[in-house]
Ligand binder design. Structure first.
Ligand code: ADE
Length: 273
């Protein structure tokens, strides 16, 4: 996969040289090019922003430098043999970044990120490129960062670990929280490693039993426990057809019952507590 990032803070992307993404780059699985937007700002102060039409606080990033930066990055990528580019525009006004979207982006051969500072980029830039490329406006959460660079790091890491051969164990993302499959829409439960005793705390006996069926059931029960506490919305919107008899028993123990439409909700007694 090829990734281009155009930014006024290229050094903010230095963490892309470290750990999983760094190794994927070193192995040639990921070709990351970080570009300084100011190289396409031609006045003597390398200006990339201006005041917003209509007034209001803050500054807006200008069309000119972004247009040139994207045209050149596109030309360079095509020349290097990359194809089917998609533009990823980090913005708090974007669609939520989810594991599903990470999977979708990981199937694309070439992503171009446009992290903005200030009040964002003049809208005509995304409009213009949307006539030629798929454009994903993406938010990494309901909060406002000072710029989109941290979002690029987040999205790139989530996408890179899905690329073939990037994770050591090819299956290790299959039971991630939010991954499709048997743990779909449940959070992952607790994990343990050696030593077997630490500060008087042991390991749940079932994990030492070697009984794969019981271990799988225990993990699923713990996944329910954590999900009802931290993300009850995930249970509420789950298709109840995904729950087997044991799941229903566990949900009942946790104070959840099916409503008239079959979907699970917290039973009224449990809500009052
Ligand atoms: N830029 C500023 N805040 C952001 C957010 N929450 N997600 C993506 N990009 C952003």
């Amino acid at each position: 996969m090829r990734i281009d990032v155009v930014t006024i803070f290229p050094e903010y992307l230095d963490p892309l040289n470290v750990s999983l993404v760094g190794k994927a780059r070193a192995r040639g699985q990921l070709d990351v090019r970080v570009h300084d937007l100011r190289q396409w700002a031609h006045d003597k102060h390398n200006t990339v922003d201006d005041t917003p039409y209509g007034g209001g606080p803050g500054m807006v990033m200008k069309t000119g430098p972004w247009g040139e930066a994207l045209d050149e990055s596109l030309a360079d990528g095509y020349e290097a043999g990359a194809h089917l580019p998609a533009l990823v525009v980090p913005t708090p006004s974007g669609r939520p970044f989810t594991q599903r979207l990470a999977v979708e982006l990981s199937a694309r051969p070439w992503l171009i990120f446009t992290p903005a500072r200030y009040e964002g980029i003049d809208t005509r830039v995304t409009e213009e490129y949307a006539t030629r490329l798929p454009v994903y406006e993406v938010s990494i959460g309901d909060y406002v960062l000072a710029g989109g660079e941290a979002a690029v790091l987040v999205i790139t890491e989530a996408v890179a670990r899905l690329l073939p051969g990037v994770l050591g164990n090819a299956e290790s993302h299959q039971d991630d929280s939010f991954a499709p499959g048997p743990m779909a829409d449940l959070l992952e439960g607790p994990v343990y490693t050696k030593p077997p005793q630490w500060r008087g705390r042991g390991i749940p006996e079932v994990l030492l039993s070697g009984h794969h069926g019981k271990i799988a059931r225990w993990r699923r029960d713990e996944a329910f426990r954590r999900t009802v506490t931290n993300r009850p919305d995930l249970i509420e919107r789950c298709d109840p057809a995904a729950f087997n008899k044991k799941d229903r028993e566990m949900l009942s123990i946790l104070g959840w019952q099916p409503g008239p439409d079959g979907r699970f909700g917290r039973s009224p007694e449990a809500v009052e507590e």
